[in-house]
Design a protein around this ligand. Structure first.
Ligand SMILES: Nc1nc(=O)c2c([nH]1)NC[C@@H]1CN(c3ccc(C(=O)N[C@@H](CCC(=O)O)C(=O)O)cc3)C=[N+]21
Length: 292
């Protein structure tokens, strides 16, 4: 039986640490604030954003919530971005993705002030990450990749020298995770595995660690996993439970694959809560840089 990489408990421990750091900032007269911009009424996005504000309340971070209708124009959205860039109460913020199809997402992400980029997804911060070979540059890191690494390390596991198959090359997880893993203070050897990979099963089977960020239910099968591998389940899909008929969250990793692992992150309760915790870390660290 694999041991559990408990994201919920680890995120709770990180939030307890952050709460103390927020109290220290407040003693200096600084209250960190997290903003969220949400366009449209996708229920999953609303649920994620709600979770982020609940986390803020837990650690004492102020919340600034901007909810806009589906038919918001590019210009209107850009005006909201400008407001948050200029709002002194907003330490950092995120624009919840995906945005509606009529919005130019890359243009919006570029308009976010890089010093308020709580997601770590602004081109400037992704560029700093490329330059950050030793892990010494102080800039916000992408939340999900950073959460994956924290979740592994906070369970006493060492990535130094390990081979890591990153399954999925998306901009929010797979590609930045490759960069984080090669920093000298992590020192892992990643392989990015994607739809253009000739032998996906073979590439995954060789890895000490598999991070599955595809978004296809149970795409990682038992025959793709080395015995004793460490498995991180990032992908989430909502599929119907054949027994109850209700929609439920399902990860990328099949139960049979999980059985072969030494450690596995559950889904839900694994990387999701860690992503949210790393968002708070980015906001608190930005506020601390301002206080210094
Ligand atoms: N600008 C932006 N930044 C993001 O970080 C971002 C985004 N857009 N768009 C969507 C994805 C998805 N994402 C999740 C975060 C937490 C959970 C999470 O906490 N999940 C709980 C379950 C929550 C539930 O039941 O729905 C868990 O895994 O235990 C899930 C998904 C952040 N994203």
């Amino acid at each position: 039986m694999a041991e559990i990489l408990d994201g919920k408990a680890t995120a709770a421990a990180i939030k307890a640490e952050l709460k103390e750091r927020v109290e220290a900032l407040k003693a200096k007269g600084i209250t960190p604030g997290l903003g969220t911009v949400l366009v449209g009424d996708d229920p999953a996005s609303h649920s994620y954003v709600g979770g982020k504000h609940k986390d803020c309340a837990e650690v004492g971070i102020a919340s600034i919530r901007v909810d806009l209708p589906e038919n918001t124009t590019q210009e209107e959205l850009e005006a909201e971005i400008e407001k948050l860039n200029n709002d002194p109460a907003c330490t950092g913020y995120i624009v919840q993705l995906p945005l509606p199809k009529h919005i130019d997402t890359n243009r919006i992400l570029e308009l976010v002030d890089p010093d308020k980029d709580a997601d770590g997804l602004h081109p400037t911060n992704l560029g700093r990450l490329v330059l950050n070979a030793g892990g010494e540059i102080d800039s916000p890191l992408p939340c999900t990749p950073n959460g994956v690494i924290e979740l592994i390390e906070r369970h006493g596991l060492d990535l130094n020298g390990k081979t890591v198959a990153v399954f999925g090359r998306g901009v929010t997880v797979g590609r930045p995770l490759g960069l984080l893993l090669t920093r000298k203070n992590v020192n892992a050897t990643p392989t990015l595995v994607h739809t253009g990979t000739k032998d996906v099963a073979g590439a995954l089977r060789e890895a000490d660690v598999i991070v599955a960020a595809v978004g296809q239910p149970h795409i990682v099968k038992a025959d793709m996993v080395k015995d004793g591998a460490i498995l991180l389940d990032v992908g989430v899909s909502r599929i119907e439970d054949p027994e109850t008929g209700k929609k439920k969250l399902t990860g990328d990793i099949s139960p049979a694959a999980a059985e072969k692992a030494s450690w596995v992150s559950p889904n839900p309760g694994g990387v999701g809560p860690m992503t949210r915790a790393m968002l708070l870390v980015n906001v608190v660290e930005t506020a601390e840089r301002h206080a210094a």
